[in-house]
Design a binder for this molecule. Structure first.
Ligand SMILES: Cc1ncc(COP(=O)(O)O)c(C=O)c1O
Length: 320
């Protein structure tokens, strides 16, 4: 396998630094989903933890290393889940966490960031403006900037999910991974390609936020002027070149799905698996719905990666 920025020994070491509450998450075959999808569907459930997403696997590493170094101040931009996770990981380690987010971010995510004791700064723009503002704060105050997907710890933390997949799933044909900045896909993808190379790694993004997927297909960074999707966790416009390079090594494909399929996926996860999930976590199911023939009869894993939703929006989407 060609090199990426990741390394299996470091990912194994990372596993030992993460609070066990975020590790060894349920992985189970969900037969109730199968008649509607036509393949063997396995769920890797990353929502049953104190921050309801996988992002704390990475922030546990960031916060531990920072606390060990004696630094106390840290800032990140976030659509909500990274910020919530960093607030959680920083709280018990005595870190001063600042999170910059869009004023239009999911309210439930913003509320949890504040409740966990972080300072929250809102910008009048989208996630890319929040990224620029977080970088400016870090530079101005001389503090640590956590850049999701670029900082290797964010990828290594996510990659520990890959270790759990290859350790516990004997027949693994396809892994479906929500693609935002790319920490999840490059992390899990690296482990799967290194330790279970027969499995196909497929990244999934909404058609309304296609920058990284287009970049993967064109093998160069492609940006977009705007995003239009309910999947707020993956709605970036400016892919990071180093992350794209890794994604080109570890992903077998990157596909785009329609909003209607994301909503149908959320409905199926509620109705057949009893899971309330945020839109980004339904991308894998959406990909199966849009291309059943591709997955027919295969053993598929989808990472159910977050469940932070505003309940009124959720009820509108799923009609619950
Ligand atoms: C629920 C959820 N799914 C998927 C992603 C995408 O992950 P990544 O940015 O690592 O590609 C995120 C990112 O925050 C997320 O919160």
């Amino acid at each position: 396998m060609q090199e990426t920025r990741l390394d299996i020994d470091r990912i194994q070491a990372a596993r030992r630094m993460i609070d066990p509450i975020f590790l060894d998450t349920p992985l189970y075959r969900c037969e109730a989903l199968e008649p509607g999808l036509g393949c063997a569907v396995n769920i890797k459930l990353e929502t049953a933890n104190p921050v309801r997403s996988f992002k704390a696997r990475g922030t546990e590493l960031v916060a531990s290393l920072l606390a060990d170094s004696g630094s106390r101040d840290v800032v990140c931009a976030s659509a909500g889940n990274l910020g919530q996770a960093l607030a959680w990981s920083g709280r018990d380690r005595g870190l001063n966490v600042t999170v910059v987010a869009s004023r239009h971010a999911t309210v439930a995510k913003l509320d949890r960031i504040r409740a966990l004791g972080a300072r929250l700064e809102l910008v009048d723009g989208d996630h890319e403006l929040a990224r620029a503002r977080a970088a400016a704060i870090a530079q101005h105050q001389g503090i640590r900037l956590v850049e999701d997907s670029l900082d290797i710890e964010t990828c290594e933390g996510a990659a520990t999910i890959g270790l759990e997949l290859v350790d516990t799933m004997p027949s693994l044909d396809v892994v479906l991974i929500a693609l935002g900045g790319g920490a999840l896909a490059t992390g899990v993808g690296h482990v799967v390609k290194a330790l279970a190379p027969g499995a196909e790694v497929i990244c999934v993004q909404p058609s309304g936020a296609p920058a990284m997927t287009r970049s993967w297909h064109e093998r160069r960074v492609v940006t977009t002027d705007s995003t239009d999707t309910i999947a707020d966790g993956v709605a970036g416009r400016y892919p990071i070149p180093a992350v794209l390079d890794d994604l080109l090594v570890v992903a077998d494909d990157a596909v785009l799905v329609q909003e209607a399929s994301i909503i149908a996926g959320m409905r199926m996860l509620l109705g057949h698996a009893g899971l309330v999930v945020e839109p980004s976590a339904a991308l894998g199911i959406a990909a199966i719905l849009e291309d059943r023939d591709r997955f027919a009869g295969r053993h598929v894993v989808t990472i159910v990666c977050g469940s932070n939703v505003d309940m009124d929006a959720y009820q509108r989407w799923v009609g619950a």
